[in-house]
Design a protein around this ligand. Structure first.
Ligand code: GLA
Length: 541
């Protein structure tokens, strides 16, 4: 060995280190793999969305991953620590029923250590839309991005009836007005207003917190609340102190519809937690369960929570929310359900109300692979599916939220009451106009909803955009409503013969005028305003 050898060796060693170093840096900056974008919601939780990136040179390709389908990345690059990419997807805008559109969301990020500060701009407007928002973009794993495994399904059995809701439940729910902003303070204010406005006296009892109260799970797997709800037990105590009851929301999937913690794998534990807090009502929403289970599994999945609620030892009203799929009215009572949604979400528009109330918005059954969806049904078609203690729920009320006319809101209330629907006000009870109060506090119409006989409605006559429904009440009275879905006022008549009371001595009361009307002759005729209703209570003497 010459004296030069150690020098050569050193050079070689340095070259080797440099080569490894370069490789290491390359590996560090190769973004290929799974990533999660964590957008802080301001309540201690994060909205998570997952991506799979592939890097080739400074080009980034890949796609979104997870529950809501895969959308490809376009225009992706990673240069000098700056990440850029875009996602385009087709969807509907803020309002349901709008034409599908293509939306593009752009992401721009700067590498900071091993993660990016990423800003998202654009995307869908309305509730699903955000922009620009910034969050951390971190490395993740396929397991985190993919839905978890399907849990074993219990054998079907009939869950014991909890004997609650012998008349349709009445109360309030946070979603329609407050969505993700609902807080402890608002719920307390609503409870106060429920009493001071006379709503409690009129029968509204449940104060229901919808989605977005959840945080995550503690070390023992117990569900925890986020910063909007510092102490759920204390809040329940407060609501109870007003002589009211309190409701909460969850679902059988890993996440709720708003992307918060769901009850997947914690059904018994969550039911016990709700009972320990003093919860009286659970709305249980399918949502991300759809990424794990099929519609055929729904009955078993809902039965699991029905059993868990009974086992909790506290009477908890069980409200199913799976948008009327899989003919829920045929099995909802068997899983212990006191009510089940019959359609997708309502919104504060005549179009939505008309479609849900009168149109074929109820799914006609399970859609088989490769086949068209079975024809939709109307609320009237499925009315007999509801029985005492087990009600069809065409969704919560929009009365007082400001985007329908007084006549339209009267139609909303009258129809829901004739259908024997749960009456869950969806407005801000602390701030109600006289018009809103006159509808929600119409005890004549509420009495139709709450009639103890709980019988289904009949269709007396349907012609074009006018329809007349009736319902026999306990003690022999009949409720009648003449609805005008058309764009002009309509003269509408109901014959006593069609109601089976021809030749009898009648007393007829107009339930919106709160006054008796003349019932001579063989029919009652009235001018019904556009999108409006005339509602009567017919008493035979
Ligand atoms: C679904 C339900 C709504 C509401 C939201 C909350 O869309 O149908 O009623 O509960 O989830 O995320």
């Amino acid at each position: 060995m010459t004296s030069k050898s150690p020098v050569r060796f050193k050079v070689f060693l340095w070259a080797l280190i440099a080569a490894f170093g370069a490789l290491f840096v390359f590996a560090q900056s190769d973004l290929s793999g799974y990533w999660v974008f964590k957008i802080p919601r301001g309540d201690g939780t994060f909205a998570l969305s997952y991506f799979e990136l592939k890097q080739s040179g400074d080009t980034i390709t890949g796609n979104t991953v997870g529950g809501r389908g895969q959308n490809p990345i376009s225009d992706g690059s990673f240069r000098n620590g700056k990440l850029h990419f875009a996602i385009s997807f087709t969807g509907r805008g803020g309002q349901k029923g709008g034409a599908p559109q293509t939306f593009t969301t752009t992401y721009e990020g700067t590498l900071q250590g091993d993660k990016f500060a990423l800003t998202m701009t654009g995307g869908r407007g309305g509730r699903g839309g955000r922009g620009p928002v910034t969050g951390d973009f971190e490395r993740s794993k396929a397991e985190a991005a993919m839905p978890p495994a399907k849990l074993p399904l219990p054998a079907l059995h009939d869950v014991r009836d909890n004997k609650l809701a012998r008349t349709p439940p009445m109360g309030w729910n946070s979603w329609n007005k407050f969505a993700g902003t609902i807080s402890d303070k608002d719920v307390r204010g609503i409870a106060d207003a429920m009493v001071s406005s006379g709503m409690k006296k009129a029968g509204y009892i449940y104060v229901n917190i919808d989605d977005t109260w959840e945080l995550g799970r503690d070390a023992k797997g117990n569900i925890t609340t986020n910063t909007k709800f510092p102490n759920m037990k204390a809040l329940a105590d407060y609501v109870h102190s007003k002589g009211l009851k309190i409701g909460i929301y969850s679902g059988p999937g890993p996440t709720t519809c708003a992307g918060y913690e769901g009850s997947y794998g914690h059904e018994d534990q969550d039911a016990k937690t709700y009972a320990s807090w003093g919860i009286d009502y659970l709305k249980y929403d399918w949502c991300s369960a759809a990424t794990i289970y099929s519609d055929e599994d729904m009955q078993a999945v809902y039965q699991k929570m029905g059993d868990a609620l009974l086992k909790s030892g506290r009477p908890i009203l069980y409200s199913l929310c799976q948008y009327g799929r899989a003919k829920v009215w045929e099995w909802g009572a068997k899983v212990g359900g006191n009510a089940w949604r019959t359609t997708g979400d309502i919104n504060d528009s005549w179009q939505s109300l008309d479609r849900i109330g009168f149109g074929t918005a109820v799914p006609g059954g399970i859609r088989k692979q490769g086949e068209p969806a079975p024809p939709g049904l109307t609320q009237f078609d499925i009315a007999k599916g509801a029985t005492v203690g087990h009600w069809n729920d065409p969704d919560m009320l929009e009365i007082g939220n400001g985007h329908m006319t007084t006549d339209e809101y009267r139609t909303h209330f009258s129809l829901w009451c004739l259908l024997r629907a749960p009456l869950l006000a969806g407005n801000d009870l602390r701030d109600m106009s006289e018009d809103t109060k006159s509808i929600l506090l119409n005890t004549d119409v509420i009495a139709i909803d709450q009639d103890p006989a709980g019988l289904p409605l009949n269709r007396v006559k349907e012609e074009g955009t006018t329809v007349i429904y009736s319902r026999p009440l306990k003690g022999g009275d009949i409720a009648v409503a003449m609805f005008n879905r058309g764009e002009q006022a309509a003269e509408m008549s109901v014959t006593w013969d069609a109601l089976g009371v021809a030749g009898k001595k009648l007393q007829v009361r107009d339930l919106w005028k709160h006054a008796p009307v003349t019932a001579t002759g063989d029919k009652y005729t009235a001018s019904v305003p556009t999108h409006g209703v005339v509602m009567l209570r017919v008493t035979t003497k």
